[in-house]
Ligand binder design. Sequence first.
Ligand code: AKG
Ligand code: FE2
Length: 314
Amino acid sequence: MGSLDHQQPKLPIIDFTKQKLESADDWLSTRQQVVSALEEFGFFIAKCDKVSLQLHQEIFSLSKELFDLPTETKVLNTSDTPSLGYVGQVPSVPLFENLGIENATTTESVEKFTNLLWPSGNHHFSETVLSYAKLVSQLDQTVMKMVSESYAIEKHYKPLQESMSYLLKLNKYRPAKESERNIGIVPHTDKSFMTILHQNQVKGLEIKMKDEEWILIDLSPSSFLVMAGEAIMAWTNGRIEAPQHRVIMSEEEDRYSLGLFTFIRDLKIEVPEELIDEDHPLQFRPFDHYKYMHFIYSEEGRKSESPIKAFCGI
Ligand SMILES: O=C(O)CCC(=O)C(=O)O
Ligand SMILES: [Fe+2]
C-alpha cells in the first residue's frame, strides 16, 4: 500500500509523479498498490504532477465564472442522457449545481459547450478545460492500463478503451443557510466506469469505508481521488466495488469540484472470461452503459436498492 497520511491514516495514497513510474520496478509496485487499493477500498488518492498549480487555479476560477452565469444560460446545456446536462435548484439538494461536458477530451465538444454558454466566445475557458480533461484522462489511462495488465485482461480492455467517452462535470456547492440541511450531494455510488475527482480548497467530500465510517477527504492541488464506478464493478465481476460517497457542506465558502467520468458508448460491457471461476461465478450479464444510465431514472431503477444488479445482475 502507498504511504499513509497523518491526518487521514486510513486512506490509500499512491504516488503517480513522473519519477515514480519510470522504471519497470516502480511501475509494477505502483500497479500492485493500485489494484490492492481498488479491491480493498474502491478508491485511492493519486498524487500526480500532471496538472500544474496554475492550471488548477485557472480551472477553479473559470468554474466560478461559469456558475456565475444566469440560470437561463446554464439550462441551455442539455444532454440525451439524464443528469448529464445542467442540474440545479433541485429541492432535495438545494446547495448543489452541476454542468456536464460530454466528450470533454475533444476540441469540438468543448468548443460547442463554450459557445453555448458564451455565445461571443471564451477561448480561455475552452483551452483550459480541454487541457485539464486531457491531462486527467491520462491518469485514468495509466490506472486502467495497470488494472487490465494486473488481471491479464488487456485484450478485453482495448475495445472498451476505444469506445471510452470522458464526461467532465463541474460542480458547485454553496454553504447551507440556517434553515437548510448541509447535505451537498446525497450518498451514492457513481454510475460511471471510473471517476477522477478534484476539488478547490473547500472540503466536503466524504467516503464510506468498509467499516461503515464516513471519512472526510482532503485533496491538495496535486491530489486526485480515483474511484471505481458501478460499470467497472460489473466488468470486474465484483472484484472492485464502487464506494458510497456524499458531500456535506460545513465550511462557509462555496465549494467547487471537478469529476472526470468514463463511460463506454456503443459497446456492451462484458465480464472477461479470465475473471470468472469457481470462486467468482459470473455476477453480471453484458450490458449497455448508456441504457443503464436511462434505466436508473426509470421507475424500476428508482425503486431498486441496487440498480446495477436489477439491470444486469445474475
Ligand atoms: O463534489 C464532489 O467531490 C463529489 C461529486 C460526486 O460525487 C459526483 O459528481 O458524482
Ligand atoms: Fe459521485
